[in-house]
Design a protein around this ligand. Structure first.
Ligand code: NAI
Ligand code: AKG
Length: 376
């Protein structure tokens, strides 16, 4: 057993030398730490919401790789099909109970009907468990050339309110009001988390991205709170940047953000993180994310259900795999995390025949998965 662990560690060190430093962060901020326990057989139970569209295909990839890597996790299928209570979209009680017990879950993409039916289940999950911070790292992959090189961006998005509050009404026919809600409570939670995250990962700058020149009260409060908290985090340099400026800077030279963590209100974060994915890989297929709450955290790819390629064995499972790697680090299973992460990255690094179509390769979801398993 010891010899095995030593061999794995040696293999990991060698791979890390080839691939550069690890992408997902094993140093955890002090807020939102995992407190779950293993069951009597030494494994963790983790609810798995496989999701819609490409969800089941990429979820199978994660399950096959975890099984081959002997990760001490027992998946629990988790159905979040919507239930309406007093006209509001809610998550079924068994799913809520399972996630509250496990304190962690992995989630595939969930599709949202446009303009009718249930409200977004993604947002409902974030609200139900108060997952106030959405961490979205976007990093270039070694040996995979895309338009930009050496991209290494970390964005933290407010995750429970802002433009996603869902407070809308018709004032009079032809006039609609959508409310962007910004509260001190939610803003303080995400900004404090962002400071702590910057310390944990050793990035000396925190950049608050905002548009308080126009949204003077809402974004103004967000910026004000960042300024107020600064004295508690003297090792972190706080900067404020207007959103349009950030967009220009990041597409002109993403390396300007290499030593920074950015934090912003909800919708800006949604859009900027897709931009960051485009800069790091030219595809959404690589970008993971963590939805962090004080007790519960849910890990998911940044991308959606990709209906255009669903059911065709074409989807890139990397974003969900790297989300699962973030989850393993969060749970303190760092060795398993780096083993899977290195196998995934070295598969992509091996060349076009082992990459999926979104990265210009010829691999299918399942052949990519087989390749990762061989590299474990
Ligand atoms: N967190 C979540 O579960 C999210 C769910 N959605 C939902 O997903 C549905 C589709 O949304 P879209 O706007 O089409 O965005 P999308 O992210 O599903 O797709 C955008 C483009 O990226 C490609 N793509 C996405 N994931 C990929 C992967 N793993 N491998 C290869 N290519 C990939 C798609 O083929 C498509 O061309 C909608 O119902 C939306 O509400 C959207 C974003 C996030
Ligand atoms: O729930 C949705 O349909 C989209 C959610 C979203 O924008 C996100 O996950 O970033």
């Amino acid at each position: 057993m010891l010899r095995n662990t030593a061999a794995i560690a040696q293999k990991n060190t060698t791979l890390l030398k080839i691939l550069g430093s690890t992408r997902s962060i094993s140093n955890q901020p002090t807020i939102g730490r995992f407190t779950g326990k293993t069951n009597s057989s030494g494994t963790y139970t983790v609810p798995f919401i496989e999701g819609d569209g490409v969800g089941p295909e990429i979820s199978k990839s994660v399950k096959d790789i975890f099984s081959a890597a002997n990760v001490p996790i027992q998946w629990q299928p988790c159905d979040v099909g919507p239930i309406f209570v007093n006209g509001l979209t809610t998550i079924p009680e068994p799913a809520v109970k399972a996630i509250k017990e496990s304190l962690v879950a992995l989630k595939g993409p969930l599709a949202t009907p446009v303009g009718k039916g249930h409200r977004s289940l993604n947002l409902t999950l974030r609200k139900t468990f108060d997952l106030f911070a959405n961490v979205r790292p976007a990093k270039s992959v070694p040996n995979y050339k895309s338009t930009y090189e050496n991209v290494d961006l970390v964005l933290i998005r407010e995750n429970t309110e802002g433009e996603y509050s869902g407070i809308e009404h018709i004032v009079t026919p032809g006039v609609v009001q959508s409310i962007k809600l910004i509260t001190r409570e939610a803003s303080e939670k995400v900004i404090r988390y962002a400071y702590e995250y910057a310390i944990a990962v050793g990035r000396p700058r925190l950049i608050v991205v905002h548009k308080s020149t126009i949204q003077r009260l809402g974004d103004g409060l967000f910026v004000q709170i960042a300024n107020e908290l600064q004295s508690e985090y003297p090792s972190i340099k706080l900067e404020t940047q207007i959103l349009d400026n950030t967009v220009l800077n990041v597409v002109s030279n993403p390396t300007l953000y290499k030593d920074a963590v950015s934090v912003c209100p909800n919708l800006y974060g949604d859009i900027l993180s897709d931009l960051n994915s485009g800069l790091s890989a030219g595809s959404l297929g690589l970008t993971p994310s963590a939805n962090i709450g004080d007790k519960v955290s849910i890990f998911e790819a940044v991308h959606g259900s990709a209906p255009d390629i669903a059911g065709q064995n074409k989807a890139n499972p990397t974003a969900l795999l790297l989300s699962s790697v973030m989850m393993l680090n969060h749970m303190g299973l760092e060795e398993h995390a780096s083993r899977i992460e290195n196998a995934v990255l070295s598969t992509i690094a091996s060349g076009p025949e082992s990459r999926t179509g979104d990265l210009g390769g010829s691999a299918t979801t399942s052949s990519f998965t087989e390749c990762v398993i061989k590299k474990l």
